[in-house]
Design a protein around this ligand. Structure first.
Ligand SMILES: Cc1ncc(COP(=O)(O)O)c(C=O)c1O
Length: 407
C-alpha cells in the first residue's frame, strides 16, 4: 500500500511539473563543471546554480587546509560536542566567528553547528519554548519554518516585509518572550529584510530577532561580515545565524548571540547536542576560509561579484522590457541571487531545459519552495564568473524566451 500511495503522489508531481530531479557533478563546484543528468553522460555546463558566491569551494588554499586539518585531527570527530567531539579546531573557529559579529552584537559568543538547517532547528526549538511567541516572515527559509513548527512556542506569520503588520501583531501580543524570525537575504528572491525597521520594532516591544544570514555572510557588509554590518546595526537583541557552506565554500553554520543565549543553546539545542560533531578538518578549513574572506582577496572577490550583479540585472531587465505584457519580471537585487520570474511551473521547467540543452545550468524553482504562480529561474552568481559568462547566459536566455512566447 505504501508503494502504491507514493507512486500515485509521484505521478501527481509529474503531472504538475513539480517532480524534482538531481544532476551529478562529476567535477568540483565551479562556474564550469562537468555534470551528468540522471542516467546520462557527463557534459560541460556553465553553471549559475551554486551558493558558492565568492568562488571559494575549490580554492587551493581551502583544499590544502582541508588536507592539513585531516592530517592534524583525523577524519571524524568521534562523538558529539558535549561528549568528546569538540576539538581545538571547532573552538578556534567559534572564537573567530564571534569576532565577526562583535560590533553588531556587542559581547557576543558563537556556536558552530554541522549545517545551517540544524542551526535553525536547534535555535528555534531551544528558544521557542511554551512561554515564547515567534513572529515569522511568510517567505522564510524551510529550516526556519520547520524550526518554528517544531518549537513549542505559538507562531504568528506576517506577510513578507510588512513591518506595519508585524508591528500590529507585536502590539497585541501578551507573550512575555517575543522573537521575530527572518531571513536576512531571502534565498529565492535575493532581497534583503528591512533589518533596521525590525530592530526598531524589537526595541519598542522588547522583542529579540533571529536573523538567518545564510546568503549574506561573506557577501554583504565590510569584510563580508554580513547583513547586520551591511546596515551598520548593533544590538544585543540580534541572534545571528550565518552559514559556512555558501560564500565561505566549506560547510557548517554558526549562531552568534548574547553569551546567555549561547549557554542555553549548549544545554538545549537538540541538533547541536545529539549529533556527531562535524569533522574537525571542516572546521579548520572554514577558519582558513574566514580569514581569506575577511581579507583583501575577499574584498576583491566581493567587488567583482557586485559588478557582475549590476551587469546581470541590467541585461535581465532588458530581456523583460522587450517582452509583451505577460507578467514576467526580473526584480533588482543587491545580492548574488537574481530571480527571473515566469509564473507557471511548466514555463520555468521548459526555460531551464532549453538553457540546459545549450550548455547552461540554471535551476527552475517551483512551489513549495516559492509561492504558487511565481515559478522562476534562480540565477546565482559567483566571483568565479566572468562578464563573458554573463553575456553567454543572457544571449541564450533571450533566444530561449523568444521560443516560449505565445505566437
Ligand atoms: C536562508 C537559508 N537558511 C538556512 C539554510 C540551510 O543552510 P545549510 O545549507 O548550511 O544547511 C539555507 C540553505 O540553503 C538557506 O537558504
Amino acid at each position: 500500500m505504501l508503494i502504491e500511495h507514493l507512486t500515485r503522489q509521484l505521478h501527481e508531481r509529474d503531472a504538475q511539473a513539480l517532480r524534482r530531479r538531481r544532476k551529478v557533478a562529476d567535477t568540483a563546484c565551479a562556474p564550469r563543471q562537468q555534470v551528468s543528468a540522471e542516467g546520462g553522460r557527463s557534459r560541460d555546463l556553465l553553471s549559475f546554480c551554486s551558493n558558492d558566491y565568492l568562488g571559494l569551494a575549490n580554492h587551493p588554499a581551502l583544499t590544502a587546509a582541508m588536507a592539513e586539518g585531516a592530517a592534524r585531527y583525523g577524519c571524524g570527530s568521534g562523538a558529539s560536542h558535549l561528549v568528546s567531539g569538540h576539538s581545538r579546531a571547532h573552538a578556534d573557529l567559534e572564537q573567530a566567528l564571534a569576532a565577526t559579529q562583535s560590533d553588531t552584537i556587542p559581547g557576543c559568543e558563537a556556536l558552530y553547528f554541522c549545517t545551517g538547517f540544524m542551526a535553525n532547528m536547534g535555535l528555534l526549538t531551544a528558544l521557542g519554548d511554551g512561554q515564547a511567541m515567534l513572529f515569522a516572515d511568510k517567505l522564510n527559509h524551510a529550516s526556519l519554518i520547520d524550526g518554528s513548527r517544531l518549537a513549542k512556542a505559538k507562531v504568528q506569520l506576517y506577510p513578507h516585509d510588512r513591518t506595519d503588520l508585524l508591528g500590529a501583531l507585536l502590539e497585541t501580543s501578551e507573550s512575555p518572550v517575543k522573537i521575530i524570525v527572518t531571513d536576512a537575504v531571502f534565498s529565492m528572491d535575493g532581497d534583503i529584510a528591512p533589518l533596521a525597521d525590525l530592530l526598531a520594532l524589537a526595541e519598542r516591544h522588547d522583542a529579540y530577532i533571529v536573523v538567518d544570514d545564510a546568503h549574506g555572510f561573506g557577501v554583504l557588509g565590510p569584510q563580508g561580515r554580513g547583513a547586520l554590518a551591511h546596515f551598520g546595526l548593533s544590538s544585543q537583541r540580534f541572534i545571528y545565524m550565518g552559514t559556512l557552506g555558501k560564500a565561505l565554500g566549506v560547510a557548517g553554520a554558526f549562531v552568534a548571540a548574547h553569551p546567555t543565549v549561547i549557554a542555553w543553546l549548549v544545554q538545549s539545542a537538540r541538533p547541536y547536542i545529539y549529533t556527531t560533531a562535524a569533522p574537525p578538518a571542516v572546521a579548520y578549513a572554514a577558519g582558513v576560509s574566514l580569514a581569506l574572506v575577511m581579507g583583501e582577496e575577499g574584498d576583491r572577490r566581493r567587488a567583482h561579484l557586485a559588478t557582475l550583479g549590476r551587469s546581470l540585472h541590467d541585461s535581465l531587465a532588458g530581456i523583460v522590457e522587450a517582452l509583451p505584457p505577460i507578467g514576467w519580471s526580473a526584480p533588482p537585487s543587491d545580492t548574488a541571487i537574481h530571480p527571473f520570474i515566469v509564473g507557471d511551473n511548466e514555463t520555468a521547467l521548459a526555460l531551464a531545459a532549453q538553457l540546459d540543452a545549450l550548455g547552461i545550468w540554471v535551476p527552475a524553482i517551483r512551489p513549495p519552495t516559492v509561492p504558487v504562480g511565481t515559478a522562476r529561474l534562480r540565477i546565482s552568481l559567483s566571483a568565479g564568473h566572468t562578464e563573458a559568462d554573463l553575456w553567454r547566459l543572457c544571449s541564450v536566455l533571450a533566444d530561449s524566451v523568444e521560443t516560449l512566447l505565445p505566437p
